[in-house]
Design a binder for this molecule. Structure first.
Ligand code: SF4
Ligand code: SF4
Length: 397
């Protein structure tokens, strides 16, 4: 794209290449204890950064088996809620990636991570699905352009959990004027960027995946995704693995803002249709995902897109974006530790003001399933899922 992407000016994960010192956490009087959704939501003292890094140090010193440390090191959603109360600006998720990679090299792997890895090896993604089959079913020939200038990377979670939105998303993008957008090739390209491998500590697997995808990604000028997991992996994980992607890497909200006027036009038409049909206009809430807001500093464009299409600023679910609570699914925690993830989701939404009639929008496809299970409204959508339904490209569920 020739225009510069809107920036929130908080590129925390990208800018901070030094994650900190695990020793500081191990010796800390748990300043972040009450910010951590896992420690609070599951009442597990082993989930604090202090406990996790302490077990890491003990394993390195040979005082406990690496298997014991690996169990503890898995207890994190990567939400970065611990960063605000921290006096040392520790990047706990990145410290844990490093610690898990070391445990992995010793052959110590948390059970849930091992199960995820086995699924990944069998299917090429962490879900038990065939992505190519889904792309064949849900998209049309014209959605795959070998020379498209923009690659729309839905992420494997969308293909597994919201497959019906894929074709509708391409219709939406075309109606905005973005007719140069392509889905990943369905014949020859993996549709998982390797993000789960980075999280669980399979450094070699992640590096091989990144190296394998580099050439394909560099064919396009712009790479767009609705997933903070994919965005974080390609934006920060690939460079850390020595893989440089030249394409401009954007969250879908940033890309959509290039079409702000057309969004407003389509939004106005949708509102007129709703009024003609006497349909009530629901209150719209936006959930600020930890992955997008805290880790990547890219949360505000989500609000801007919703405002562009509805004419109104949506209601923020948390008092402020920084106070947003984790849904429990970040860093594939819902796949690695499903029961703990459900408890975290219930805990994080315990004071939610969202009614059954309201719509809840999250900028991150990671969070949709967890929020659906924890909030009373059935209308929980990621940003693109919201747009395709609000604008009539797909019936609301
Ligand atoms: S993240 Fe900061 S506050 Fe939390 S344990 Fe580590 S050093 Fe202490
Ligand atoms: S990143 Fe989130 S889940 Fe992980 S230790 Fe920090 S607050 Fe807890």
């Amino acid at each position: 794209m020739s225009d510069k992407a809107p920036s929130t000016g908080r590129e925390t994960e990208a800018a901070n290449s030094t994650p900190g010192d695990p020793q500081l956490c191990a010796l800390c009087p748990k300043l972040c204890r009450f910010a951590c959704p896992i420690a609070a939501g599951t009442a597990d003292e082993g989930a604090t950064p202090t406990a996790m890094m302490d077990s890491y140090h003990q394993a390195r010193a040979g005082q406990i088996p690496w298997e014991v440390a690996a169990e503890n090191l898995a207890k994190c959603t990567g939400c970065e809620a611990c960063r605000a109360p921290c006096e040392y600006d520790q990047d706990v998720p990145k410290l844990l990636y490093m610690a898990r990679a070391e445990a992995w090299e010793k052959g110590a792997i948390h059970d849930g991570s091992r199960a995820l890895h086995e699924t990944y090896l069998a299917h090429g993604n962490p879900f038990e699905m065939d992505p190519r089959e889904i792309l064949l079913e849900q998209a049309r020939d014209g959605d795959f352009q070998r020379k498209g200038r923009v690659l729309y990377w839905p992420g494997c979670r969308v293909l597994a959990e919201e497959p019906a939105t894929v074709g509708a998303t391409m219709d939406l993008l075309r109606s905005l004027g973005a007719d140069h957008v392509s889905l990943p090739g369905r014949d020859d390209t993996p549709v998982c960027c390797g993000a789960p491998l980075r999280v669980i500590g399979d450094r070699t697997g992640f590096e091989a995946t990144a190296a394998g995808l580099k050439q394909f990604f560099n064919r396009q000028r712009t790479w767009v995704t609705p997933s903070s997991a994919c965005l974080g992996a390609v934006r920060t994980g690939y460079p850390e693995a020595g893989v440089l992607v030249n394409a401009e890497v954007l969250h879908v909200s940033e890309f959509l803002l290039f079409f702000r006027d057309r969004l407003a036009e389509l939004g106005k038409q949708a509102m007129e249709t709703m009024e003609q049909q006497d349909r009530p206009i629901p209150t719209l809430y936006v959930h600020d995902s930890c992955g997008l807001h805290r880790r990547l500093g890219r949360g505000d464009p989500v609000h801007d897109v919703v405002e562009a299409v509805t004419g109104q600023r949506p209601v923020r679910l948390a008092p402020s974006a920084d106070e947003s609570t984790c849904c429990g699914a970040g860093d594939f925690h819902d796949l690695r530790r499903p029961e703990a993830a459900r408890e975290v989701a219930r805990w994080s939404q315990r004071h939610s003001s969202v009614s059954k009639e309201a719509w809840l929008i999250t900028g991150d496809t990671t969070c949709v399933g967890a929020l659906k299970r924890a909030t009373p409204t059935p209308q929980v959508h990621d940003l693109v899922g919201f747009l395709v339904r609000w604008l009539g490209f797909l019936d609301a569920p």
